[in-house]
Design a protein around this ligand. Structure first.
Ligand code: G3P
Ligand code: CA
Length: 286
């Protein structure tokens, strides 16, 4: 056979195969994942801004995660880091600045900044308003404040009738313990890198509903421990549809993601996409 004919034959045989592998299939028989936009839809708008929360709503997520801290004059605001330096044109720690001082700053870092150049640091109330407008469950991570400050958070949530709508999450057992005493009916998850037996005991003792663990850290063992204890297993931050689907198959109830769209979560990632992510976007696998 001529070399040219061989090449042609190879192309003809391989094309349908590549096409088949590249067409995603719908996942049947698996439970729908509770899809949470991490710091809002932070893959497309600056993290923890109202623009990112609106995008999460428009994209159809079930929940919107954001981080809260207290200003010097005890206003709950949305900010991931201790300081405003990384994400805004201001400087200093949130806890050492008043709300009036913080509100002078503009967000100047993050994805999609060119589209959203005028974002300000949102207050908790503003973030909750956007979640309500788009029927997003607010997944509120408490990063700042002390146990004694949790009453003010409970008061805001209770006045807004958010107690059964919101999910409260924290790496701090102390803060969750204080919140559980104040809000017996609210869903709460303990955050952790790796799940340890002590986390399970803490959750059971304090009636914490679930554990959200870092996806890269031994997912199978974490899920087995969490589910074995009758708790909800959730994982952060998952940016590969293949990984999300594997977690769903193993029984994870929800995932937090920077960039996966909710509709991608219930679609089987094709082999092409899997290889692409492994080779060109390795950080998206954890
Ligand atoms: O949802 C949990 C995740 O947000 C915890 O990590 O650093 O993004 O707040 P971090
Ligand atoms: Ca967070």
């Amino acid at each position: 056979m001529k070399k040219k004919t061989k090449k042609l034959l190879c192309v003809l045989l391989c094309t349908p195969l590549i096409f088949l592998l590249a067409v995603p299939g719908t996942v049947k028989g698996e439970k729908q994942l509770f899809a949470v936009a991490h710091r809002g839809f932070s893959g497309s708008a600056p993290e923890n801004t109202l623009a990112a929360f609106r995008l999460a709503g428009e994209a159809g997520y079930s929940g919107c995660e954001f981080d809260i801290r207290l200003t010097k004059d005890k206003v709950w605001v949305v900010m991931h880091d201790d300081s405003v330096d990384r994400t805004t044109n201001g400087s200093g720690n949130v806890s050492e600045l008043t709300y009036a001082e913080l509100s002078a700053f503009t967000v100047d870092g993050g994805n999609g900044l060119e589209k959203y150049p005028e974002e300000k640091i949102p207050t908790l109330t503003e973030a909750l308003d956007v979640c309500r407008e788009y029927s997003l469950a607010p997944v509120v991570e408490i990063k700042g404040g002390e146990s004694g400050d949790m009453a003010s958070l409970a008061k805001i949530l209770s006045a807004r009738k958010e107690k059964e709508n919101v999910v409260l999450i924290s790496f701090s057992e102390e803060l969750l313990e204080a919140l559980r005493r104040l809000m017996p009916e609210t869903e709460m998850w303990l955050l952790t890198g790796t799940v340890l037996p002590s986390h399970i005991s803490f959750c059971r003792k304090n009636k914490i509903d679930g554990i959200s663990f870092a996806y890269k850290n031994n997912a199978s063992a974490s899920i087995a421990m969490v589910e074995g204890a009758g708790l909800k297993a959730v994982s952060w931050t998952v940016d590969s549809a293949f990984a999300a689907r594997r977690l769903a198959q193993r029984g994870v109830a929800g995932i937090t993601t920077n960039s996966l769209l909710p509709q991608e979560l219930n679609v089987k990632e094709n082999l092409f996409g899997f290889i692409w992510n492994k080779v060109f976007n390795p950080s998206s696998n954890g």
